[in-house]
Design a protein around this ligand. Sequence first.
Ligand SMILES: Cc1ncc(COP(=O)(O)O)c(C=O)c1O
Length: 438
Amino acid sequence: MQREEQKFVADHPKSASLYERAQRSLLGGVPMNWMKKWAGKFPVFVAEAHGAHFTDVDGQEYVDLCLGDTGAMTGHSPAVAAEAIARQSKQGITLMLPTDDAVWVGEELARRFGLPYWQFTLTATDANRFSIRIAREITGRPKILVFNYCYHGSVDESFITLRDGVAGARRGNIGPPVNPTETTRVVEFNDLGALEAALAHGDVACILAEPALTNVGIVLPDPDFWRAAAEIARKAGTLLILDETHTICAGPGGYTREHDLRPDMLVIGKPIASGLPAATYGCSAEVAAKITARIHLEDCDTGGIGGTLAGNALSLAAMRATLEHVLTPAAFAHMIPLAQLFADGVAAAIAGANLPWHVTRLGCRAEYLFHPHAPRNGGEAAAAAEFELERFMHLYALNRGVLLTPFHNMALMSPATSAADIAAHTRAFASAVHELTG
Ligand SMILES: Cc1ncc(COP(=O)(O)O)c(C=O)c1O
């Protein structure tokens, strides 16, 4: 690790100097707090990014398997989106009035995800927050339910975990507004008995869930989990909100369409406008009718749902270009086999060294975990994390021109990613494993 840290510092003098200068104007020396989480003494400062690659200010080139933690799953600045953004930016950026792109995008989202009505926000966090508000409003219930070690953005209610079976604030939760047990019930993923018991209290407005957990490593649902969970929710009068922000990796209609799930509401953000701030949430006709009946014209701007820049013309132009030309079925047909190639390369190195690790794939996303088999829930996955080992693997890859996300060991494919890019990771991973195991 010391050798890799020294190499990193020696290879990045300009990033080092920018980071030092940034200490005087940016809190923690970065524009956003978790940009510090990269392995290595400081973050790499980017000069430019195209497709699946970027170049840093020191002239080093990288294969990007982080892709802005899914914000750039489209590849960086896909030409057709960049053109739409440039065009719209000269024709009005934000108006508080709709453009025809909004109608096209609403129709396309309905076609892809099977829910008829849509609204827009700037972040997936906001889309989740507003969906929760709607669920609370129409059910008249105060609480939500999440799965242990979920992540849905900076949604206050979601920062709760189970420790030895007892719910409490998640480690690192900064300034929680209230104890999250007041707002939230939390159970382990894939535990239908616990779900049923939690909903039996009759106070849960909605389940907010990723169809497969992706933010504590990948945790796949048991084959019958969602059919049974949806039935339990329906009987309890609890709405089901599926957050597809990461699981869009499963296919053009997300995990929802791939597996024919029927949520009451659905959220997706991040790559939907090729990385320009934009997100959306959709709802069923029943939810739409109930919430519409409760929003009165005079108060509709002060109801706690909204954002001045939400639904702006620029985001919608980018969303239209992205949905029409970038995140297409053909793109997924290219990306998914590449994730399999990544997983095969990692699995071969793990098997070759007899390591008690494994790799999981979900669509065009793959992830390795320092554990012999796939975890069934967030608690198991979190217990298998090895922060120092993770940092070593990330830094080792970075020093050989491959960027993984700074959170766990995730790799994502874009339409611009190539087999040669994956081979670069496979070489770096195999070499790290070889050095670790002697
Ligand atoms: C599943 C999921 N939902 C929502 C979010 C929040 O997205 P944003 O930070 O863009 O609001 C994230 C971010 O990682 C996420 O992984």
